[in-house]
Structures are given as structure tokens and as C-alpha cells.
Design a protein around this ligand. Structure first.
Ligand SMILES: [Zn+2]
Ligand SMILES: [Zn+2]
Length: 152
């Protein structure tokens, strides 16, 4: 995934303020952390550990609350990768559908798939079921390239 542009981060923060949410230093630090760790799919605890480095006084409950708020606003999306642990990533403005994830069963690495590739499938579903698709969440489970090399 492309790194988030500075303009996009600025708009995101303005968006928060416009909706009446105060961008406290703690909230700002959490947003910055999720933006800068893009592609890593961090858990709330991992976000907490990183934010704590700069905001020593922050509590885990604040991190949970802020992430829940960001998720509700559609700024952050939650990923369930099959291990019952929620991970989070920033949602890009131009990303109308969530990208797909490849999850390695061996090393638990998470890779992102560029490109949607599901347009034809969606068209078929919309026609057959008269169902308007707004988003989707696709996970592929398997063995990553590095692990497959080790198996040989
Ligand atoms: Zn692997
Ligand atoms: Zn992702």
C-alpha cells in the first residue's frame, strides 16, 4: 500500500475536528502511530507500546477508546486475521474497498494485495442477488514465499 500523503493526514485531522472531536495530543499521537506503521497491521497493545514512547502518561484504555472512535468514523479499519486478535490499519480516502490480505499459516506474516481484482465477481453477485456491494473483506490463508522456500 502507498504511504499516506501528508495532505491526506491533514485532511483526516481536520475531518475529526469538523465532527466535533478534539484532537488531543494523545489522540494525535495514536493517529500518527497508525499512519506511520502502515502495512504492519498493529494490535491495540502494539499501538499502545509505540505511543507510550512519546506519551508516557497514556493509558491502554485511552488507546482502546480512541481506536474505537476512529473505527466508528471510518478512519481506521479493524482486521480479523483468524487468530482472534484485532489489528488496525488506516483507511485511505481513495480506497473505496478494503484491500485483500494474505496470511501465512506458518510465520503469521500478513501481506497486502494491490489491486481489487473482484470487480467481475461483484458484478455477478450484484446482478444475481440484487445486492449492492459497498465493501468486502477477503483473507487468503496459505504459505508465504519465504516459508515455502524453507520447506523444500
Ligand atoms: Zn511465512
Ligand atoms: Zn492491510
Amino acid at each position: 500500500m502507498a504511504k499516506m500523503h501528508a495532505d491526506e493526514v491533514k485532511r483526516l485531522k481536520e475531518n475529526l475536528k469538523a465532527k466535533g472531536y478534539k484532537l488531543t495530543p494523545q489522540r494525535r499521537a495514536i493517529v500518527d502511530c497508525i499512519v506511520s506503521s502502515e502495512g504492519k497491521h498493529l494490535t491495540a497493545e502494539e499501538i499502545y507500546d509505540l505511543v507510550k514512547e512519546d506519551c508516557a502518561e497514556i493509558g491502554l484504555a485511552t488507546v482502546y477508546r480512541t481506536i474505537a472512535m476512529l473505527e466508528e468514523l471510518g478512519i481506521v479499519s479493524r482486521l480479523e486475521l483468524g487468530d482472534n486478535i484485532s489489528r488496525y490499519e488506516i483507511v485511505h480516502e481513495e480506497e473505496n474497498h478494503q484491500h485483500h490480505h494474505l496470511i501465512c499459516n506458518n510465520c503469521s506474516k500478513v501481506l497486502e494485495v494491490e489491486g481489487d481484482l473482484l470487480d467481475i465477481l461483484e458484478q455477478n453477485i450484484e446482478e444475481k442477488y440484487k445486492f449492492k456491494i459497498k465493501n468486502h473483506s477477503v483473507r487468503f490463508f496459505g504459505i508465504c514465499y519465504e516459508c515455502s522456500k524453507e520447506e523444500q
